[in-house]
Design a protein around this ligand. Sequence first.
Ligand code: AMP
Length: 179
Amino acid sequence: MSENILGRLYRAIRDVPDFPKPGILFRDITPLLLDPALFRQAVDRMAAPVRDGGVDKILAIESRGFILGGPIGIELRAGLVLARKVGKLPSETRRVEYALEYGTDAIEVHLDAIAAGDRVLVVDDLIATGGTAEAAVRAVQDANAEVAGVSVLIELVDLNGRAKLAGTELWSVLTYPRP
Ligand code: AMP
């Protein structure tokens, strides 16, 4: 992997302290999206681990996962499935709940979007505690489909989301703390 491009990708992520609440260091991908050549690099690298893997569908997680999942799906010739917050999808859905620090949250996926036996790549911008990605993996498994893996642009290594995805491949392009 070219050091140069990797360095440029890191430089295109903006760190915003105390957003959306005190104590959170938000990793903002919007500067990267402003640079189409870098955006393409990010997409290429997120798609690379499964390029020969016969992926049928991308399950993209609301909302920044949609931005990356769309072009990854086109690149892999895979259909795009949306994992949305509750109440946003118009047709019949499957709901998967997951634990937050306090309380629970949930994602929904259209029932007819993932077929039994599909190979599905889960995509999001960032993995922190892994709760969201784990719920997306469960949504795939509940549809009797196969999880090809989880591909994220950014992994916050210290929060150990990787451990929640035991048994599932996790690929990240950028890691924090920076190697
Ligand atoms: P988690 O379920 O804890 O892995 O959180 C992952 C989800 O929350 C992803 O959809 C991210 O977009 C978002 N997220 C969590 N922490 C951050 C952060 N520090 N910066 C940007 N997005 C974050």
